[in-house]
Design a binder for this molecule. Structure first.
Ligand code: HEM
Ligand SMILES: *[C@@H]1O[C@H](CO)[C@@H](O)[C@H](O)[C@H]1NC(C)=O
Ligand SMILES: *[C@@H]1O[C@H](CO)[C@@H](O)[C@H](O)[C@H]1NC(C)=O
Ligand SMILES: *[C@@H]1O[C@H](CO)[C@@H](O)[C@H](O)[C@H]1NC(C)=O
Length: 487
């Protein structure tokens, strides 16, 4: 007993010594490289605690309590409102955080060869999503992106009608006809189901139909593969992602989070997807002229399109799950927040509603085209202001693939460049960027769609990322009324 107690003590001491030595060496290396490049370090938050542990704990707590993005914004402002780049090293983990548009432009555009997404997106999501466009890096990412991109760049009008069907199901769930539409209702879970229904249909050709189980197709048993229970898919996906979110918050230390139920949820998600992969694989085997034979001919189904390039079941599972992950919660969150503001801002709601009824007057929902969507001018302002105000994806990131620099943020006034050692992670707190008073004006904390009327956006508004790795959902022409395609 005593012996093992002493061993543990020695082990601990050795660990601390190792870390201290490592930190000292790193510091020396970085200082030397920074000096060669004429860089100065950016400031750190005032009260970080030993090795940044206090900051890490505060940030984890804020995340857990649901206000992580605001905590980050306040931390920045507590160093100084003019400070837009900071250093937040935790133990031996070199971390920079920047809300400076020049630095963001460098990472996404001018110096994009020096940066990639950090390894932790893969580490966090691989077990659920597998390797795909969201999680891959380097040439593997390029390959994934090329695989799925053509499906997004098309003007797939048929999907607009598909959306319409599911929106009608949503309206039915609200029981407007039953005269209950004034009752208090929590819209968010309804939107989560809506976007699950639309994403599964877009991805697999079969909707989970969580909103309207009567619409759910009766699925046959396939070669011994039992049809999945579509009503549980959302639950398993949410639970699995919940565990991963908690791990993701810890980045490098994600292994600290363990959850016994995780593997059940993951298995259910994989079974669901694999069923459809095998169904479509066997359909297309039976009939090689799939283009004309398929019953869902005019609907773009990502899975089916991907099969023209690969028939590997794991690639098909992984890539479609990657897109599902990227699209479902983001879209539901955006719609949810838009209604949050509609409910509180009658002026905004009335204006948006009037525009839609005016422009689309006399058209059946099924007849709308994407150019009808482009004709809207007020709603896009509302969309942008909602995204700005809430920050749908409040944090993005990159990591340096070699020793490099960022153009701004070093030194007391931030005018020097900053050394970024290979492997260092750079967080991009989009929420904080979108709440910088110097960029948005004294009314930054006001919800004000009109501010977009006179605003040209650049690298200071990057809610979808930027450069080659920008959100591919933006290329869905019917999805994104923000950026009409150039014909
Ligand atoms: C309001 C809605 C959405 C927001 C705010 C959003 C935002 C983002 C952001 C910030 C990224 C990361 C970019 C980066 O790493 O720099 C991303 C990536 C991605 N998004 Fe979206 N997204 C939305 C909707 C969608 C939709 C509807 C789809 C698909 C139908 C989608 C598909 C993707 C994919 C596949 C990626 C990975 C792209 C890559 O790494 O090459 N997103 N999105
Ligand atoms: C797909 O993801 C699984 C993990 O879920 C992984 O084991 C497999 O290697 C991946 N395969 C491909 C081709 O991406
Ligand atoms: C969402 O869908 C699931 C599965 O069909 C259902 O159990 C749940 O009640 C739905 N949520 C709402 C708020 O309608
Ligand atoms: C909304 O933001 C996007 C950037 O995501 C920008 O390209 C677009 O021009 C903005 N739209 C309006 C109406 O300001």
């Amino acid at each position: 007993m005593l012996f093992s107690g002493i061993s543990i003590l020695y082990l601990l001491l050795a660990g601390v010594l190792y870390l201290a030595t490592r930190l000292a060496l790193l510091k020396r290396h970085n200082a030397r490289e920074a000096a060669v490049r004429g860089c100065l370090p950016p400031p750190s938050p005032p009260d970080r605690g030993l090795w940044g542990i206090k900051s890490l704990r505060a940030s984890l707590k804020a995340t857990k309590d649901g206000w992580g993005p605001i905590w980050m914004h306040q931390t920045f402002n507590s160093i100084g409102k003019g400070v837009h780049t900071m250093r937040a090293q935790v133990l031996d983990y070199e971390l920079l955080i920047t809300r400076d548009a020049e630095n963001i432009k460098a990472m996404f555009n001018t110096q994009s060869a020096d940066f990639d997404i950090g390894p932790h997106r893969e580490r966090t999501f691989k077990s659920l999503l597998g390797l795909g466009v969201m999680t891959n890096r380097g040439v593997d990412w390029k390959h994934s992106r090329e695989l799925i991109r053509p499906q997004f760049a098309r003007d797939n009008i048929a999907n607009l009608a598909m959306f319409e069907t599911h929106v009608q199901s949503l309206v039915k769930r609200l029981r407007v006809d039953a005269g209950e539409w004034t009752a208090k209702v929590d819209l968010q879970p309804l939107f989560q189901n809506l976007t699950l229904d639309t994403s599964t249909e877009f991805l697999y050709g079969h909707s989970a139909s969580t909103q309207d189980p009567e619409q759910r197709a009766r699925l046959p048993t396939l070669e011994g593969r039992k049809a999945p229970d579509l009503s549980n898919f959302g639950h398993h996906l949410d639970e699995a992602k919940h565990v991963l979110d908690r791990q993701g918050a810890l980045a490098k230390y994600s292994w600290l989070v363990r959850d016994g139920t995780y593997s059940t949820h993951r298995q259910a998600v994989h079974d669901f997807v694999d069923y459809f992969v095998h169904m479509v694989l066997s359909q297309t085997e039976q009939d090689s002229k799939m283009e004309t034979s398929d019953i869902m001919r005019d609907k773009v189904v990502l899975l089916r399109e991907l099969m023209k390039a690969t028939r590997d079941p794991l690639t098909l599972r992984n890539e479609t799950l990657n897109v599902l992950h990227a699209s479902r919660d983001t879209t539901a969150a955006l719609i949810g927040w838009m209604f949050y503001f509609f409910a509180r801002r009658e002026d905004v709601f009335t204006k948006a509603r009037e525009e839609v009824s005016e422009r689309f007057a006399g058209k059946e929902a099924g007849e709308l085209t994407s150019s009808d969507l482009w004709s809207l001018s007020y709603l896009p302002l509302v969309v942008n202001e909602t995204i700005r105000f809430v920050g749908i994806v409040p944090m993005n990131e990159r990591a340096a693939v070699r020793d490099t620099t960022l153009p701004r943020g070093g030194g007391p006034d931030g005018r020097f460049s900053v050394f970024v050692p290979k492997g260092a992670q750079v967080l991009i707190p989009t929420y904080s960027l979108q709440h910088r008073e110097d960029l948005w004006g004294a009314d930054v904390e006001e919800y004000k769609p009109e501010r977009w009327e006179s605003r040209k956006s650049g690298w200071d508004f990057v809610p979808f990322g930027g450069g080659a790795r920008q959100c591919i959902g933006r290329e869905l022409h019917f999805f994104d009324p923000l950026d009409p395609p150039i014909h």
